[in-house]
Design a protein around this ligand. Structure first.
Ligand code: URA
Length: 219
């Protein structure tokens, strides 16, 4: 039996996954750079955005433009450092002209997101915007469900407004800031919440039944 000593580190496994993605010619949007994700693979929290934009494509790093500046500020305001958490996107290459990712593009990239998560085993997935939220919770609505806590398989999902949307609307910015402030406590309580909330996905397949997502409001 393989012991934990023989198993490659999460960092190594993520690097191998990135190489596999880079070589996967079936993936769409291959005219732009692969922006795999970055941060601490041991983090209990993974932030998942939509898709890289112009600056992310250029630097091959997620959330480094204006939205990224806001995300950094929100992270710092709750006493965290960007390098201590992990940040990625559901679609890992830039759609032309920053258009919304298409369903087929999301479908092509999502198995890689799932494998990234399987390697990291985070306790909380903080989704930024509706595309990554709907990957876990297909029926969820961002304005209704942002800031709520859902269980998906063996981790929690907390949907947030996308920082780019918050930059265009003070109402969304205030809601995003308020929900963000609750994140440290959600992460601290994640183990006990996961014990308390029944799994919405008993069979190990992607379920997150949105008619009745397993949801609990802590505050
Ligand atoms: N918007 C996203 O959704 N992801 C990024 O990496 C940058 C902007």
């Amino acid at each position: 039996m393989e012991s934990s000593v023989d198993r490659p580190s999460k960092q190594k496994q993520l690097e191998e996954l990135e190489q596999e993605m880079a070589a996967d010619v079936s993936l769409p949007l291959r005219d732009s750079n692969l922006v795999f994700g970055e941060g601490n693979p041991e983090s209990a929290v993974i932030f998942i955005g939509e898709a890289p934009g112009f600056h992310e494509d250029r630097l091959k790093r997620p959330f480094v433009g204006l939205s990224g500046k806001l995300l950094d500020k929100l992270i710092n305001e709750i006493g965290w450092k960007r390098e201590d958490i992990y940040i990625t996107n559901i679609v890992k290459r830039r759609p032309p002209e920053n258009r919304d990712p298409l369903p087929d593009e999301i479908g092509a990239y999502q198995p890689y997101l799932e494998r990234q998560i399987a390697i990291m085993k985070p306790k909380v997935a903080a989704t930024l915007g509706r595309f990554s939220m709907n990957h876990f919770l297909p029926e969820a609505k961002i304005s209704r469900d942002q800031g709520k806590i859902f269980r998906f398989k063996d981790f929690l999902v907390v949907p947030f407004f996308h920082p780019a949307a918050a930059l265009r609307s003070t109402t969304m910015l205030e809601a995003l800031k308020k929900s963000f402030k609750e994140l440290p406590e959600i992460v601290r309580g994640a183990e006990s919440l996961l014990r308390e909330l029944p799994a919405s996905d008993a069979g190990g397949t992607r379920v997150a039944k949105a008619e009745a997502p397993t949801q609990k409001k802590l505050f």
